[in-house]
Design a binder for this molecule. Structure first.
Ligand SMILES: Cc1cc2nc3c(=O)[nH]c(=O)nc-3n(C[C@H](O)[C@H](O)[C@H](O)COP(=O)(O)O)c2cc1C
Length: 442
């Protein structure tokens, strides 16, 4: 065992949970979408479990399926985190914000205010936004990647320059001399790029962590370059240990190429635990939760397995002939796991309840199964930690905190308490103020 400790983030997307029909689950208030007391309760529960951060994704348009399914994001994430900031003390607060549909001055001002308000716990998940419906809400269309990523680099650099424009010791605030700010230490940035510009300065002093931490999500060459230059946290999506390790290694290599120490970038894989007292109980919970959706998912399950399947077979396992013919399709990284589960003899409904076509891997069963999953990936050095998406926030955050976290602690994988007070300390990433002078941009 090494002295690395696992870092966890809690996905706090909606007031409900990550399963599409969690808004209808027993014990869940169907109106939780607008209930900020509930969001605060969930945040405090995660803080009790020593989670390093809350992660709020964002969508700038109505998401598909909203007629029956929970939306993919909460109300405005920064305002949500402002409400949570005042009711929590240690947990980091990471909000997603678009580099395409925001001006850098707005981003710099809002995130640094959150950082000051929370005493150094803010993070910005900088995303380029690829949804045409989002663009339509700004009277625009989605530009190609070079354009969007070109803007993203400029926006992040201008934001960081603005954060540094009020130098760390600029705030004199001395009633005796009458000096509030040392004017020599409050300097304009005067940046003019091809996409954005700002004069500055930004009239906000440093927080306890200097300035907010940058996260990034997504992949590809463009996303990696962005992560390598600026991100301290990468929100990943991987279905196997090998894939996660490849993503983590790529982020670390991108950081090295940008002139940084790879240990400054922490990689988080997603996980969607299906918790229960037993495997049977966990599957039953998932089936009760999502029963109405499974019939429509059978054809896609078939596609992944190279079979023609229909909903009539929902409560039967694959036949011997189907098992003989089934192949894990190469088009979907989840197919191998789907085949593995189908071969165990479960009905198609149970196969789907294993989360085989969910967004992230799903350990199914009692807390020890979830802890085993996290440990296997962590021990393999495929991740620095995870962002956890609970099925139902109202119940499963507490279950994770009360039953999975102690197992991780007993195994020496997870800290007994917060070591520091800021998000940078929770992530074990260095202090930064203004633009990182080491960054190689060409
Ligand atoms: C795990 C994960 C989470 C993401 N979360 C968000 C999000 O909350 N909001 C968003 O607009 N994009 C999000 N993205 C999308 C990426 O930022 C990126 O836009 C997407 O992968 C499309 O790539 P492109 O911009 O290179 O075309 C996420 C991506 C991943 C892999």
């Amino acid at each position: 065992m090494t002295d690395r400790t696992m870092i966890l983030g809690m996905h706090l997307g909606t007031g409900y949970g990550s399963q599409a029909l969690s808004w209808r689950a027993p014990g869940v208030d169907p109106g939780a979408y607008t209930d900020f007391d509930a969001q605060v309760r969930h945040a405090r529960a995660a803080e009790r479990g020593k989670f390093a951060f809350l992660f709020l994704p964002d969508s700038l348009a109505v998401t598909r399926g909203i007629e029956r399914e929970v939306p993919q994001a909460t109300l405005e994430p920064m305002l949500t985190l402002a409400a949570i900031a005042r009711a929590t003390e240690r947990i980091g607060l990471v909000a997603t914000g678009s580099t395409t549909f925001n001006e850098p001055y707005n981003v710099a001002r809002q995130f640094k205010t959150l950082d000051v308000m929370s005493h150094g716990r803010a993070g910005w998940n900088a995303v380029t936004t690829s949804d045409p419906n989002a663009a339509a809400n700004f009277g625009q269309t989605i530009a190609d990647r070079p354009e969007r990523y070109g803007r993203a680099h400029e926006v992040i650099q201008v934001v960081q320059a603005l954060w540094g424009s009020w130098q760390e010791d600029a705030w004199v605030k001395d009633p005796a001399t009458g000096t509030f700010v040392d004017p020599d230490k409050l300097r304009p940035v005067n940046l003019q790029g091809a996409h954005v510009a700002a004069r500055g300065p930004l009239p906000i002093p440093p927080s306890e962590q200097g300035q907010p931490v940058i996260f990034s999500a997504g992949g590809g060459a463009y996303g990696l370059t962005l992560a390598g230059r600026y991100a301290s946290g990468v929100i990943g999506a991987a279905f196997t240990i090998e894939d996660a390790r490849a993503q983590r290694d790529a982020a670390r290599e991108a950081a090295r190429q940008a002139g940084r120490d790879p240990d400054e970038v922490k990689y988080f894989a997603g996980v969607m635990p299906a918790l229960g007292t037993s495997v049977r109980d966990a599957l039953d919970r998932r089936m009760a939760l999502n029963g109405d959706l499974f019939a429509s998912r059978v054809p896609y399950l078939g596609l992944m397995l190279g079979l023609s399947l229909d909903a009539g077979q929902l409560d039967q396992p694959l036949t011997p002939a189907q098992l003989g013919a089934a192949r894990a399709g190469s088009g979907d990284p989840r197919a191998a796991r789907a085949l593995e589960v189908a071969r165990e003899g479960w009905t198609l409904r149970e196969v789907l309840a294993h989360g085989v076509i969910d967004y992230h891997p799903t350990p199914v069963g009692p807390p020890a199964v979830v802890a085993d999953h996290l440990q296997a990936w962590f021990d393999a050095e495929a991740v620095d930690g995870f962002w956890v998406s609970p099925d139902v926030n109202a119940t499963d955050i507490n279950t994770f905190v009360d039953e999975v976290v102690p197992l991780l602690q007993d195994r020496g994988l997870y800290p007994a308490d917060y070591v520091g007070t800021t998000l940078r300390e929770h992530l074990d990433v260095p202090h930064q103020y203004g633009i990182d002078p080491r960054i190689v941009t060409h």
